[in-house]
Design a binder for this molecule. Structure first.
Ligand code: PEP
Length: 257
């Protein structure tokens, strides 16, 4: 996308324990250094499990590693009697900049509705976290309604009541492309991302639409990233499986080389 800092985000999901996280972050850091990826032309963010956040924060801090940190979810609530929940306040204290909200796996396995997603977006913004709002259609939705109807409706619901100056990221992740090896084409991604940018514009105004990063996610790897990044409304990628292999994730980050 034009004039927007690309964001390459690695969603680890429920992978990499504390020790593996340390080894992975160090390896990624040195792989990028060896490849002389020291320019500031791409923002890199990692999204470890909650239990790794403190460890990764300390590591990034101690070694001046310039990756942003994000969490994979947060509570709609700020504090109190909510056993097992994680407050956005805690994530902010661990220097998280981002939090993934409404990933299709949470919508599917944890029954997260559009209302829950919207409440989590509000919670993230209350705590100064930038929500990475995930939207996308299933294969069935695609067949019945085309590619954009469901993600557009999901994003409209997620952005209800969001202020025009809000710092958000949108991730278009067709469910049929996640973990399937069957990525969307760059043109398919562009078509939906352009429609999502219109939704952002209707809530955040023209400045908001011009500023907001919209990512593509779903079977992104080093062999297909460049095609997505050439599209004007695709500003980066949310990467699952390929973000767990340091060499491969580094090659995705260095897509322009
Ligand atoms: C994801 O789950 O956010 C994702 C894009 O996964 P993968 O890259 O493995 O398809």
């Amino acid at each position: 996308g034009m004039n927007r800092m690309p964001l390459i985000a690695g969603n680890w999901k429920m992978n990499l324990d504390h020790l593996q996280a340390v080894a992975f972050v160090q390896k990624l850091h040195w792989t990028l250094k060896d490849a002389k990826h020291e320019d500031d032309s791409v923002e890199v963010a990692v999204f470890p499990p909650f239990t790794d956040l403190r460890t990764v924060q300390t590591l990034l801090d101690a070694d001046k590693i310039a990756f942003a940190l994000g969490a994979q979810d947060l509570s709609t609530k700020d504090s109190g009697a909510y056993t097992g929940e994680i407050s956005g306040a805690f994530l902010k204290q661990l220097d998280c900049r981002y939090v993934i909200i409404g990933h299709s796996e949470r919508r599917e396995y944890h029954a997260e509705t559009d209302e829950v997603v919207a409440a989590k977006v509000q919670a993230a913004l209350r705590h100064g976290l930038s929500p990475v709002i995930c939207v996308g259609e299933t294969a069935e939705d695609l067949e019945k309604h085309g590619a954009s109807a469901v993600p557009v409706a999901q994003l409209e619901a997620a952005l209800a009541g969001v202020a025009a100056d809000a710092d958000i990221v949108v991730a278009y992740e067709p469910v049929w492309a996640i973990g399937s090896g069957q990525a969307a084409t760059p043109q398919q991604a562009q078509d939906v991302c352009a429609k999502l940018r219109e939704v952002v514009g209707s809530v955040l105004g023209a400045d908001g639409a011009a500023r907001t990063r919209i990512l593509y996610g779903g079977s992104v790897k080093s062999a297909n990233i460049a095609g997505f990044m050439r599209e004007p409304d695709v500003d980066g990628a949310l990467v699952g499986g390929a973000s767990l292999v340091a060499d491969e994730f580094a090659a995705i980050i260095r897509y322009q080389k």
